[in-house]
Design a protein around this ligand. Structure first.
Ligand code: AGP
Length: 637
């Protein structure tokens, strides 16, 4: 997830672009850049790190660290204004980056340009077929500067521009060659009166001003200048001039759209109209899962999924002979590891030990060079996880990292990295990072199953096809969120909440209980359902809520009996299941999830639990984005 902006009008584009990018920093902040047409040339400036670094690079002025902030400090604002005197031009594009392909660096920052610097582009999204396109362009003599997927786009536009002699045609022809998701803005020295922009599966809006026009990934970027916007639809293009905009479909036909007037205030706008980042990120899960999964599923000529591909993969042979898999992580990431234990053992028939990283490192663990070591970390900076990784490496193990942050310490120190494509997660409580971690782990388990010969081609294809249906099923759950909200409004005053489940569902119970306690401060615990009667049942009374997670039809009877035991102690019971009818008379409430095989259902069952946690926090009047005593990234032991 990155942020892009574009400006054309009477003002100097540079400060307009930089201030607009500041409003999009929530979409990524590992580097930023602008390209401005000065009347003679396109000048590009880019810098690793936060946007303020870019302004410092442009102005040559450094401001003290304590005057830099996520909020806009006066010192920062004044620095952004000062860029006005350094790069002058009325046309430009800008980018704030969340790295997916290529580490955060000046070179990998956008904008990217063609070889003679006459065309410049910014991109938000992922070009899935970039390696083939890059190889072809290289064979035709194109020299690449960066490791990004994006750079292929500008070289393709350049190639087609030379053939077509028309920049609009060149952009359209380029789009036909691209697979993946994108919002792209293009400027060309030969067309100093326009910006061309387009979108497919990544957001893009057009801000319409008086004598000036804008494009941006999100509304907050342009609110200072205008509240009149076109929401660009799927596969639509826009050509912006200073006095008007023309809209097109990908076939190049002109289209007419209704101009919308934005009524939101700035705070609401930065959360995309949602009240909090947590609920926004819960809603981003279908898209994040598509981004994480789609480039990695290999298909045959008929479009049937056959295998899994990971970009950085040096470990196929290791999987064939692995004696054991050891997973370490903390918090939510640890819970993803617990789900993975069930998935790997079932699909790849390999023994899996999962450890909390803070425990693992202090107990002199028994490690064997034939073990595969997996660390999971959204931030890639968690101190305990990092120490566990180092310990494994000291013992000669190969380490795979699953992380959301390109260039993080964990990603640099591991042997292989699998990136979750969740985009920046702002809320402290992890939601989309968790489900994208699960997606990576399921893909890895399927790949391992194939390599180890424990999963037939037919079984692997079936599972991969089913994985492809998951984002739409999560959307169905989200569309039904009012039911969870109503339930939360009745239950948020419960003294204790217990999540129970068996097998995969016991892992989801752990994550569900953590989510609830993190944001609503309600006392919640998770138990393997069969363990209830060995002690925890003593806690149950009329002030208890028990949430049973039941996604495996073969275990319905067993968990049904546990629910009856609970109900007879006067606790309220909710069941999250594909088949509410199976629990008739055993539950007070049912939350139905779409049909899904039990092995993959962990991707779905957690979503109602995330929503329940969020709505309980709201009912209690807490800010779920900033829970007390918690930090997003725990870099101390
Ligand atoms: C999740 O909601 C938590 N805030 C927390 O448990 C988190 O998952 C844990 O601190 C690990 O962080 P990491 O994934 O960045 O390593």
């Amino acid at each position: 997830m990155c942020g892009i902006v574009g400006y054309i009008g009477n003002k100097n584009a540079t400060p307009v672009l930089i201030k607009a990018l500041k409003k999009l920093e929530y979409r990524g902040y590992d580097s930023a850049g602008v390209a401005v047409y000065t009347g003679e040339n396109i000048i590009v400036q880019k810098a690793k790190g936060k946007l303020v670094n870019l302004a410092e690079k442009i102005t040559g002025e450094i401001i003290p660290e304590n005057l830099k902030d996520e909020a806009y400090t006066a010192a920062e604002l004044s620095l952004y204004e000062k860029t006005d005197s350094f790069i002058k031009g009325n046309l430009g594009i800008g980018h704030t980056r969340w790295a997916t392909h290529g580490e955060p660096s000046d070179t990998n920052s956008h904008p990217h340009t063609n070889m003679d610097g006459t065309i410049s582009i910014v991109h938000n999204g992922i070009i899935e077929n970039y390696s083939e396109l890059k190889a072809k362009l290289q064979s035709q003599g194109v020299v690449f500067q960066s490791q990004t997927d994006t750079e292929v786009v500008v070289h393709l536009i350049d190639k087609y521009y030379k053939e077509e002699k028309d920049i609009f045609k060149a952009v359209r022809k380029t789009l036909q060659a691209l697979e993946g998701s994108y919002a792209i803005a293009v400027i060309c020295k030969d067309y100093p009166d326009r910006i061309i922009a387009c979108r497919k599966e990544s957001p893009l809006i057009v801000g319409v001003g008086k004598g000036e026009n804008f494009i941006a990934s999100d509304v907050p970027a342009i609110l200072e200048h205008t509240r009149d916007v076109y929401y660009l639809g799927e596969k639509e293009l826009v050509v912006l001039y200073s006095d008007h905009v023309d809209l097109f479909n990908f076939d190049g036909e002109k289209i007419i759209k209704e101009l919308s007037h934005v009524e939101w205030d700035m705070d609401a706008a930065s959360k995309g109209g949602y009240r909090h980042f947590m609920i926004k990120e819960i809603h981003e899960q279908p898209k994040a899962l598509i981004d994480t999964m789609r480039p990695r599923i290999i298909k045959d000529g008929k479009g049937c999924p056959t295998d899994v591909y990971f970009e950085e993969n040096k470990m196929d042979d290791v999987w064939k002979t692995a004696g054991r898999v050891v997973i370490t992580a903390c918090g939510t990431a640890y819970h993803a590891g617990v789900v993975a234990k069930y998935a790997f053992e079932k699909l790849a028939r390999v023994q899996v030990d999962v450890d909390v990283a803070s425990e693992f490192r202090y107990r002199n663990p028994i490690l064997n060079k034939k073990d595969i070591f997996i660390v999971i970390s959204q931030s890639g900076e968690t101190a305990d996880t990092l120490s566990a990784l180092r310990l494994a490496k000291e013992n000669g193990l190969k380490v795979i990292a699953i992380t959301n942050c390109v260039g993080s310490t964990v990603s640099r120190e591991a042997d292989d990295v699998i990136y979750t494509m969740a985009g920046p997660e702002i809320a402290v409580a992890s939601t989309k990072a968790y489900t994208t971690q699960l997606m990576c782990l399921y893909l890895l388990a399927i790949k391992a199953g194939k390599l180890r010969g424990t999963l037939s081609q037919e079984e692997a294809s079936k599972l991969l096809s089913e994985l492809e249906t998951v984002p739409a099923k999560i959307q169905q759950i989200l569309d039904d969120k009012d039911n969870i909200q109503k339930f939360a409004s009745k239950q948020f005053n419960k003294d204790k909440v217990f999540y129970i489940g068996r097998q995969f569902d016991s892992a989801t119970s752990l994550e569900s209980a953590l989510k609830l306690k993190e944001v609503s401060y309600m006392h919640s615990e998770a138990f393997a359902a069969g363990e209830l009667k060995h002690g925890p049942i003593a806690l149950l009374d009329t002030k208890s809520l028990v949430v049973a997670i039941a996604s495996d039809p073969e275990l319905y009877d067993k968990i049904g009996s546990n629910m009856v035991e609970v109900r007879s102690r006067q606790a309220v019971v909710l069941v999250i299941t594909q088949n509410g009818k199976a629990f008739k008379g055993k539950t007070d409430e049912v939350f139905q999830i779409p049909e899904c095989s039990s092995v993959l259902a962990s991707l779905l069952t957690v979503v109602p639990a995330q929503l329940f946690a969020y709505y309980c926090a709201i009912q209690k009047g807490y800010d779920p984005d900033k829970p007390r005593n918690l930090a997003k990234s725990v870099t101390v032991e």
